[in-house]
Design a binder for this molecule. Structure first.
Ligand SMILES: *Cc1c(COP(=O)(O)O)cnc(C)c1O
Length: 445
């Protein structure tokens, strides 16, 4: 069933977009809601390794992995084989109607791979937002409390509850309210833009946050503290050492559930299976999705068994959650991540990206900061010799790279961050080529 690997080359046969993509773009405008955005205006024919091939035959270097989803690459053999086998066996029964082994095996894998050696249990859902929603449901039942602590620059999804938890208004929240109550946003330890001494950012932020919680909410009312160990959509904000352990400790001391939203950082992306491992933080609950199943829709909620078991029978579930096809894909993807040690590969990719990006930062004052971990690296663009966000530079660089056949993703509360999230199977020559085109783009603007 495995197909031949696509040529791992950047090839431009037409302008971007080419004529066939343009035809489909016109149909898209007619048929698809204008509310949906698009990073690159080409239509995909095939994708694999480090490339996306469009309908005009252009082979584009994929520096986004479908937003940190295809960590194992598109149509990875390990995923294809298990999915095809599963599709032939059965496509759906609903796990709550008639269970199947794949679901249990994915939960076993999540319990084994997530941080901590304590007894854990899991439940599966369709999307990252749904996993976060369920984390809040479980935390509220377990603690019998309601308040949810979230952070500036945080992103947790597009459902009503997760929109309320997400920081950025435009485009995620504008006009979509009212939002759910009992969500409290705290300052984020973001050294580049910290209001005080950047060297004391972790301590100052922790002090400020705990003070705010005590005075404005009351620590006994806090059900959950929810944070991304590295903020994704917010612009790859890496909290300084000590911040996450401090928050986890505060949650422990005050009977709140510490939830790590690892939807974007999970599954080897940062050089560890999960980003929390970097400082040995052990969350009570952990949400996963994006990289879990090689591109099929699946999400997980994993955590302390007594917390996960505190909900009444049939209190959690959903028609499609943990689809047998997605579970088969996840088992293939997880097997490949472990067998091919893609966490190590993420560290290698990260080292190359960091080195090249830092060299660019030394040449181009438009780069205010290079940051990230493993194969999750970003540059924050500023007006030179200030920290003022430079969104125009971000747009110009992305556009230039698109024209040269390199797909880049953006991020950031101020829309001034370029984030690099290549598939972990990208060959080194493609990675270096994409970085040199990025360099050229910055020089050109
Ligand atoms: C993408 C993302 C979500 C939402 O996941 P969906 O599958 O899009 O619902 C939640 N949290 C984080 C950290 C994410 O990056």
């Amino acid at each position: 069933m495995a197909r031949a690997q696509l040529p791992q080359e950047r090839i431009l046969k037409t302008a971007i977009p080419g004529p066939k993509s343009q035809e489909l773009l016109a149909r898209r405008s007619e048929a698809v809601s204008a509310a949906l955005g698009m990073s690159i205006p080409v239509f995909v024919k095939e994708a694999g390794g480090g490339v996306i091939i469009d309908v005009d035959g252009n082979s584009i270097i994929d520096m986004g992995a479908g937003i940190a989803v295809v960590n194992v690459g598109n149509s990875a053999d390990a995923v294809i084989e298990r999915v095809v086998e599963q599709v032939h066996a059965f496509t759906h029964t609903c796990f709550m109607v008639a269970p199947y082994q794949g679901y249990v095996e994915v939960c076993e894998a999540l319990n084994r791979l997530t941080p901590g050696n304590h007894k854990k249990k899991s439940a599966l859902f369709n999307s990252g937002a749904e996993a976060v929603e369920n984390a809040i449901k479980v935390a509220r039942v377990f603690t019998k409390r309601t308040a949810v602590i979230v952070f500036e620059h945080g992103y947790h999804g597009r459902t009503n509850l997760t929109m309320g938890m997400t920081a950025k208004n435009m485009p995620y929240k504008e006009g979509f309210g009212p939002f759910a109550p009992e969500i409290y946003r705290m300052p984020m330890a973001y050294p580049f833009r910290w209001m005080g001494d950047p060297k004391k950012c972790a301590d100052e932020a922790l002090e400020y946050i705990t003070h705010k919680i005590e005075k404005e909410i009351g620590s006994k009312n806090v059900a959950a503290i929810v944070i991304e160990p590295i903020q994704g959509e917010g612009g790859f904000i890496v909290p300084p050492k000590g911040f996450l352990p401090g928050l986890a400790q505060y949650a422990r001391d005050n009977g709140a559930i510490f939830v790590a939203d690892e939807v974007q950082t999970g599954f080897a992306r940062t050089g560890d299976m999960f980003a929390c491992e970097d400082e040995g933080v052990i969350p009570d609950l952990i949400t996963t999705a994006k990289g879990i199943a090689g591109g099929l829709p699946l999400a997980g909620l994993t955590g302390r068994a007594e917390v996960m078991d505190s909900v009444h029978l049939s209190g959690l579930g959903g028609t499609f959650g943990g689809s047998p096809i997605s579970c088969a894909a996840a088992l293939g993807a997880i097997e490949m991540i472990e067998r091919e040690n893609l966490a190590e590969r993420a560290r290698e990719i990260g080292a190359i990206m960091e080195h090249e990006l830092n060299a660019m930062a030394a040449k181009y004052p438009v780069i205010g900061e290079v940051r990230g971990r493993g194969a999750m690296q970003a540059i924050e663009l500023v007006i030179p010799s200030s920290t003022e966000p430079n969104s125009a530079a971000m747009q110009a660089i992305v556009k230039y790279c698109q024209g040269k056949g390199v797909l880049l993703l953006t991020a950031g509360t101020y829309s001034n961050v370029i984030r690099l999230l290549p598939p972990l199977v990208m060959p080194e020559h493609l990675l270096r080529e994409a970085l040199s085109i990025l360099d050229e783009a910055i020089a050109a603007i």
